[in-house]
Ligand binder design. Structure first.
Ligand SMILES: O=C[C@H](O)COP(=O)(O)O
Length: 250
């Protein structure tokens, strides 16, 4: 779990990684402890690698999942529950990633239910949001994204830092394009206001991560932007060298 005075650097492996990829977890786990005073570190591999990753992660690297179902168990073929993630020692779960909102038609209401299921099992949900390029070009990005977060997050929080959110402009994911530092700051400040409006002072304890083509070369600027409390990293989290390059920018 994180403290707000540290940044959260999270890797999302998406549908990448076979057993051989666990060596990257081992390499990351061996090094992130050197940055423990500055950050909290997390890798979310595919579900097949969760137990193996947890066995190698040690004390300094958190392991989480990329999604969970909102129900505790039942006839939901192909899904995994928050309880299953918790049982193998996972401590985080990503919910509402744009690839699931788009590819699996997940609504804000469904994402909120998943986040609440995660909290029910003691997991920390990372609730994702982000606009399309068309929405940004029309000047709708801030309104759309802040509403998405208002509607996708749990109604209340029972402790500080119980959830994190991740702002990922869809047009920046896997494209090599990143939002400008000014655009990121503008969005993160707006998201902070949304969180404080919803949760009061506790809204200040929710980490707001930036995601979208984060790599070692741009991590320093992004991680030191106003209200950026960490990063959600896709492609650059698949190899220990590049993930650790981002960690070194803290
Ligand atoms: O969850 C991670 C994001 O979708 C960012 O992916 P990316 O770093 O490959 O652009």
């Amino acid at each position: 779990m994180t403290q707000k005075n540290k940044k959260l650097i999270a890797g999302n492996w998406k549908m990448n990684g076979l057993q051989a990829s666990l060596k990257e977890i081992e390499l990351i786990a061996a090094k992130v402890g050197h940055y423990a005073d500055k950050g909290t570190f997390l890798i979310c591999p595919p579900a097949t690698l969760l137990p193996g990753a947890k066995a190698l992660a040690g004390d300094d690297l958190n392991i989480g999942a990329q999604d969970c179902h909102s129900e505790k168990n039942g006839a939901y073929t192909g899904d995994i529950s928050a309880e299953m993630i918790a049982e193998i020692g996972g401590s985080f779960v990503i919910v509402g990633h744009s690839e699931r909102r788009e590819g699996h038609h997940e609504s804000n209401e469904a994402v909120k239910a998943k986040a609440e299921a995660a909290l029910g099992q003691g997991l920390k949900p990372i609730v994702c949001c982000g606009e399309t390029l068309q929405q940004r070009e029309k000047g709708e990005a801030i309104g759309f994204v802040t509403q998405q977060i208002a509607d996708s997050t749990p109604d209340s929080l029972s402790k500080d830092g119980e959830i994190a959110i991740a702002y990922e402009p869809i047009w920046a994911i896997g494209t090599g394009k990143t939002a400008s530092v000014d655009d990121v700051a503008e969005m993160h400040v707006a998201l902070r206001k949304t969180l404080v409006d919803k949760y009061g002072e506790r809204g200040n304890t929710v980490e707001i991560l930036y995601g979208g083509s984060v790599k070692p070369e741009n991590a320093n600027a992004l991680l030191h932007t106003q209200d950026v409390d960490g990063a959600l990293v896709g492609g650059a989290s698949l190899k220990a060298d590049s993930f650790l390059g981002i960690v070194a920018a803290l």
